[in-house]
Design a protein around this ligand. Sequence first.
Ligand code: ADP
Ligand code: MG
Length: 349
Amino acid sequence: SAIDLDDVIKEYLSHGEVVQAVKGVSLSIAEGEFFSLLGPSGCGKTTTMRMIAGFEAPTRGTVKLHGQDVTNVPPNKRDVNMVFQSYALFPHMNVWDNVAFGLKQKKTPDAEIKRRVGEILEIVDLTGREKRRPREMSGGQQQRVALARALVNNPRALLLDEPLGALDLKLRQAMQIELKRIQREVGITFVYVTHDQSEALTMSDRIAVMNDGLVEQLARPREIYEQPATAFVAGFIGTSNLLTGALTAGVLKVAGGRVLVPGGQDGDVTVTVRPEKITIDVDEPTGSVSAVRGTVSEVVYLGTYNSYAVQLADGAEVTVFQQNAHDASTTAERGDAVWLSWKPQHSYA
Ligand code: ADP
Ligand code: MG
């Protein structure tokens, strides 16, 4: 694999107190993979990245790059490059000189600099803008220059720490597609840090969802979305309903009904279910499904689907998304008594 972290811990001393920013992270990133670290602000994403890059030494644990232990190897001796949200371009240099800077420092022959800078500017779609200064460019273009400057060194892995964070939504979405294209074209490993779940779901081959210094789940986007491993992941990714109670023999009794949790361990549990997996109906469902009674407290029309808030007898609220097209059962209105049902495989404890 390209990158291996083995039980990595990072402690900082802050005002005389030990702060554990990373509390024991182990993960393996494959060569050529688009891998994301996703989690809320302060969960340890940047610290993890900085240990891969070599800007921070772990307090404990090991970092391997391409099978080699680099735990104590300085950043400039590692075959990785980092791209920051702030771009960190030289303001007085034009695009060409910004990108060529590292190669000139390494005394690369002029002909090779010319070839490589030209090639990389082509990949990031900046050909023809070589003479521009950073301030004469848009945020998206500046980020492409920063990307080109990292790629021109031919790193085996590129580390990107919230690289699109300074861009507005539309530009960010365009750059997400662009970044994915560039990664496919250059074929190297990308490690991508973001707190934006839709960004991670769109771009990644796999995602490590982090919370409070730990990885809560490491899986492909679809699995993270469909089968959140913990209540934290379920709450952080997309919209989820949480139902809590005591589980007995795979059945959770809730106000006005039952939730089937096949294979779930007996005891207190929090069960998650996605709004789009729930069917809303006036009649009591039959068969082996989770079924809960409630009252519609709100209906929001959202074009292709409706969003319902349904209140259970104990006051808990369940969100349901229901497609509009050709669906005769989606006529419930505010105040209606309804049944909610979903298949056993859509409950996660
Ligand atoms: P993220 O990138 O996910 O927002 P960080 O890795 O930057 O999170 O930070 C994780 C935790 O470590 C935070 O609580 C942060 O305050 C703390 N931290 C990060 N860097 C330092 C430092 N140099 N000194 C003290 N605490 C730090
Ligand atoms: Mg950060």
